[in-house]
Design a protein around this ligand. Structure first.
Ligand SMILES: Cc1cc2nc3c(=O)[nH]c(=O)nc-3n(C[C@H](O)[C@H](O)[C@H](O)COP(=O)(O)OP(=O)(O)OC[C@H]3O[C@@H](n4cnc5c(N)ncnc54)[C@H](O)[C@@H]3O)c2cc1C
Ligand code: SF4
Ligand code: SF4
Length: 914
């Protein structure tokens, strides 16, 4: 305990006495401070602590505590903000864990009231049976929350049809700085003053807005300096322009301060409930037209006329994004709709209730494309083709952002919006500007909304990179101002853009915003450093510029990522690993606990922290790292599903190995790691072992003593399978295959091994089985990397001369077989033969699926019995192979009906389930 406290400062003495906050879950240890020091931006600030409120009363207590103790509060939800909105030095208040109930729903009125921590995707899943949905749609919608969307006034591809979050807010309930709870909703001016006395904060707030919005001078400067009215995505500063419209556009002046709270980034008050207006779900019939252009200019010139059609989306991507997917076999199939080599593509979506109506719209759109004569061709996509095209776009963007090394695509000017009819001119100027900074732009735009997403490539570990970061941002702010656009369309100001609000909105408006902030938050308690009184955009960066790069020695080879530190630094905080939708596996431990510490992001962040901030000779000897890695079940989902391929399962193996050097290794870990040797030794006495484990009392005692969950049944130990198979000679065809018997198949799942052998023999293959050997998987999972390397070297030596593309090695247990394809490349001494072997190893399903496509196997070889089969695929197969192979194989018998279940990780593979 002493070691934990003093060597690792795992438990820190808080500077504030949080005890008075009683029941609110509070963490002030260094682990949580590290976990919440970053979001999806380039910034890093260690907070004082993190708390997890459950309800409105908790928020009132927190606000009162903050005021009395002068500690800022940083409201935080999914933490996917790109501009540094949720990093800060106060107390992070995470509403995503508990404060996430749907409070009220009125199908008739089409409204819903939610707590701020409700995830947008979950809300829409709740609304789906009622044919309703919340329209604004971020690309993070499977993990971002309504509170976060309100904070940032988020939108996305649907904004041209359904507007932005601000357009959908009917009311917000807020806790103000004095602890009072107010409901901001649409009110006629007189109504605003009916309640309370003049000294009430709410009253003062209404008084203030009535005065400034009635003032012709203020009206004029708001109208002239804010972005042009046609820019519907506008997120710079506080939305005085939206308030002014309501105030002047109605016969009786109206005020709805909920619209001000939208986009205020948690700087004015703490939101505790939000009422949203809902839309009918979009019509089911849909079509997407992908218009092709030979220049960006032509592409963007056609946007304004095309927007006269009732489009649901109008997105643009350029050749660079498309080219990213060219040499990737997974994505190449989604390029089917491309004609020639376009410089730019517009993806135009139409929807209607009937196919007749849809075709009418389509004809009209095609007519416009022809008349304009700017595109050189177009493809019309329907059904799954649309999904494939959208997948291609996100894959291209993902690959673009997944760059190894210190130069990264940095969010700073990634969110500008200008009037649609000026988009082409703007982008021309933009290109010239980027040229001056030696940047080659990649164009990706929500074109229909005039919004351009572009990130410069910068190395923020260098002073020169940081300097450019600032100069580029300022230059772009000036350009956007020239076009009367918005520096932020949807991502918000945060730390990165707040410095430029005065430039964007003019000094007069900026001093009004300062007054707004003073009125709502005189003690600067709510998320300071954002919007008003900004933190400098080039300080508090995630990486210390010109830092001495720590040298981290690892046992495994991380050279493909330029070392384990840079591998961890690939995590940009996007939060994909916090999604809980059933179309993905990532990240099972987060799904179970909903704790940031159990997410892939949490693990990557803490790994980066200990490797860069620690000062011990073995940085991996860290209780923080142990705490985050403990529940990682090594499922590998992150390796393929995280857009940056942050492969925490591999980092965990390295951590465990290094950690074991300084710490006692539990008996349980040794038993699981060395199970092959143990099984080899004790299988002659397997009868005794199997009986002992089955005996209730004795079994309970033994399992408990070994650190195994006593409720778990143990797998039955068998006589080794290789004994009965190695000697067998099969005649078969000329196609010879090696069947690999791993540590699990040889002693435990022997019936599966025997069936696999039978299947191959009966299909006519010449099957050779060598004596079973360990893959090393069990060692890797417990950090015994030297032993795992010995397995890799031994298996490579054994198979390198006999396994080839003509005589492949077939494996049965995915986690064992994929060790050959994955970890051996990072462990083996003989890398050349490791790569050759990896190429010629297949999971048995993968091999059979390939043989089916080559017409080497036909349905006639199989039964015509009827069967309904459901496949729950192995996580390793999902991450490193393709469950579609199992599906194809099981579909071969004529009357089998097969379903590939949309399941995540069951957690029962490996030793986790014990
Ligand atoms: C890869 C990627 C893609 C993105 N794509 C889009 C996109 O398509 N469209 C888009 O608009 N954005 C996008 N974003 C930005 C981000 O996802 C959105 O702004 C999102 O709505 C933030 O939600 P969150 O739950 O993560 O909130 P957080 O980031 O946790 O918080 C957002 C803001 O809300 C405030 N806040 C949260 N809860 C409260 C509360 N209870 N009271 C007061 N203030 C509160 C916070 O202080 C903060 O200022 C993207 C981000 C990433 C990383
Ligand atoms: S681990 Fe991957 S998915 Fe998770 S936040 Fe980091 S980059 Fe995003
Ligand atoms: S290996 Fe699995 S459990 Fe571990 S971080 Fe990755 S997705 Fe999460």
């Amino acid at each position: 305990l002493q070691k934990i406290i003093f060597s690792h400062s795992f438990i820190m003495m808080p500077r504030y006495d949080f005890n008075s906050l009683g029941g609110i879950e509070m963490n002030t240890d260094s682990l949580h401070r590290q976990l919440y020091a970053t979001d999806a931006s380039v910034y890093r600030i260690l907070p004082e602590g993190v708390c997890f409120p459950k309800n409105k009363l908790d928020i009132v207590s927190l606000v009162n505590f903050a005021r009395e103790n002068k500690i800022p509060l940083i409201p935080r939800a999914g933490g996917t903000s790109l501009a540094g909105q949720v990093v800060g030095s106060g107390l992070i208040v995470d509403v995503s864990k508990y404060f996430n109930n749907i409070l009220d729903f009125d199908a008739k009125a089409k409204t819903v009231t939610v707590e701020p921590g409700v995830v947008r995707h979950d809300l829409n899943a709740f609304l789906a049976p009622h044919q309703l949905f919340f329209g604004p749609n971020t690309s993070t919608s499977n993990r971002c929350t309504i509170g976060g969307m309100v904070g940032n006034n988020s939108s996305g591809t649907t904004s041209i049809k359904y507007g932005v979050t601000r357009d959908k807010i009917q009311s917000v309930e807020c806790v103000l700085h004095d602890g009072s709870v107010v409901l901001f909703e649409a009110k006629e001016m007189e109504e605003c003053f009916k309640k309370g006395s003049k000294s009430d904060l709410e009253h003062q707030i209404y008084q203030f807005f009535t005065e400034i919005l009635s003032d012709p001078d203020h009206q004029k400067s708001i109208r002239t300096e804010y972005p042009k009215a046609t820019v519907h995505r506008r997120n710079t500063g506080y939305a005085l322009d939206a308030l002014l419209n309501d105030f002047t556009d109605h016969k009786v002046p109206m005020l709805n301060l909920a619209k001000l709270i939208a986009g205020s980034e948690g700087t004015l008050g703490f939101v505790t409930a939000i009422t949203l207006s809902l839309d009918d779900v979009p019509p089911q019939e849909s079509v997407m037209v992908a218009a092709h252009y030979d220049s960006i200019k032509k592409c963007l010139r056609s946007v304004a006329p095309l927007m006269k059609h009732p489009l649901y989306t109008c997105e643009m991507m350029d050749k660079t994004i498309l080219d990213c997917t060219k040499n990737n076999s997974n994505h190449a199939k989604n390029r089917f709709f491309l004609k020639g080599d376009p410089q730019g593509i517009l993806m135009l979506e139409l929807r209607a209730h009937t196919s007749l109506e849809l075709n009418k719209q389509l004809n009209s759109l095609e007519g416009t494309l022809e008349r304009m004569n700017l595109s050189y061709g177009h493809s019309v996509l329907r059904g799954k083709e649309i999904d494939a095209a959208l997948n291609l776009r996100s894959a291209g963007l993902g690959l673009l952002g997944n760059i190894v090394g210190d130069e990264k695509a940095v969010a700073c000017i990634e969110d500008t919006a200008v009037p649609v009819d000026q988009l082409a001119d703007y982008i021309e100027d933009f290109t010239v500007l980027m040229g001056k900074f030696h940047q080659s732009p990649v164009y990706y735009a929500h074109a229909g909304a005039g919004e351009l997403h572009l990130r410069p490539m910068l190395n923020l570990k260098k002073n020169a990179g940081v300097k450019q970061f600032k100069s580029i941002t300022k230059a772009v702010a000036q350009l956007v101002k020239k076009y009367h656009g918005s520096m932020s369309g949807e991502h918000g100001d945060g730390i990165v853009r707040s410095e430029y609000i005065a430039l964007m909105l003019g000094k007069k408006n900026h001093s009004l915003l300062q007054e707004v902030k003073r009125l709502f938050d005189p003690h600067n308690l709510f998320n300071p450093g954002k919007i008003i009184g900004p933190l400098p955009m080039d300080q508090n960066l995630r990486y210390q510029p010109e830092r001495k790069e720590p040298e981290v020695n690892t046992f495994m080879d991380f050279s493909a990522d330029q070392g384990i530190l840079r591998a961890a630094e690939k995590c940009n905080g996007s939060g994909d690993c916090r999604k809980t939708t059933t179309d993905a596996t990532i990240c099972p431990s987060y799904r179970a606990t909903k704790a940031e510490k159990d997410s892939t992001r949490g693990r990557a962040n803490v790994l980066r922290e200990v490797l860069t901030q620690g000062n011990t000779s073995n940085p991996f000897d860290s209780q923080e790292l142990k705490a985050v890695m403990d529940l990682c079940i090594g499922c590998k989902a992150c390796a393929s599903e995280c857009p940056s391929n942050v492969d925490v399962a591999t980092y965990k193996a390295e951590f465990q190995y290094q950690f074991n050097k300084n710490n006692a290794i539990p008996m349980r870990d040794r038993i699981f790691a060395f199970n092959f040797g143990i099984s080899k030794f004790i299988h002659p006495f397997r009868g005794v072992q199997n009986t002992l484990f089955k005996t209730p009392v004795l079994g309970y005692i033994i399992k408990s003593a070994l650190g195994i969950a006593p409720q778990r049944s143990m797998p039955k130990l068998h006589a080794p399978l290789d004994r009965s198979l190695v000697a067998k000679k099969t005649a078969g065809s000329s196609q010879k295959v090696y069947l690999y018997l791993d540590e699990f198949t040889n002693y435990f799942d022997i019936s599966v091994g025997r069936d696999a052998y039978e299947l191959l023999v009966r299909l006519g293959y010449q099957v050779e089985v060598l004596p079973a050997s360990e893959s090393g998987r069990a060692y890797i999972s417990k950090g015994f990397l030297k032993e795992a390397k010995a397995c890799a070297d031994q298996n490579i030596a054994r198979y390198k001369d006999i396994v080839s593309d003509k005589t492949p090695l077939l494996g049965i247990e995915p986690s064992a077989l994929y060790t050959f394809k994955d970890e051996y490349l990072k462990l083996a001494s003989d890398k050349k033969n490791a790569r050759k072997l990896a190429k010629n190893c297949f999971l048995i399903e993968e091999f059979i699926a390939r043989e089916i496509t080559r017409d080497h196997i036909s349905p006639n070889a199989f039964t015509d019995q009827s069967k309904n089969l459901k496949i729950h695929a192995h996580c390793y197969q999902k991450a490193l192979g393709n469950p579609a192979d199992t599906f194809a194989m099981l579909n071969l018998p004529k009357n089998y009906s097969v379903t590939l279940l949309s399941t995540g990780c069951c957690g029962m593979a490996g030793s986790f389930g014990y």
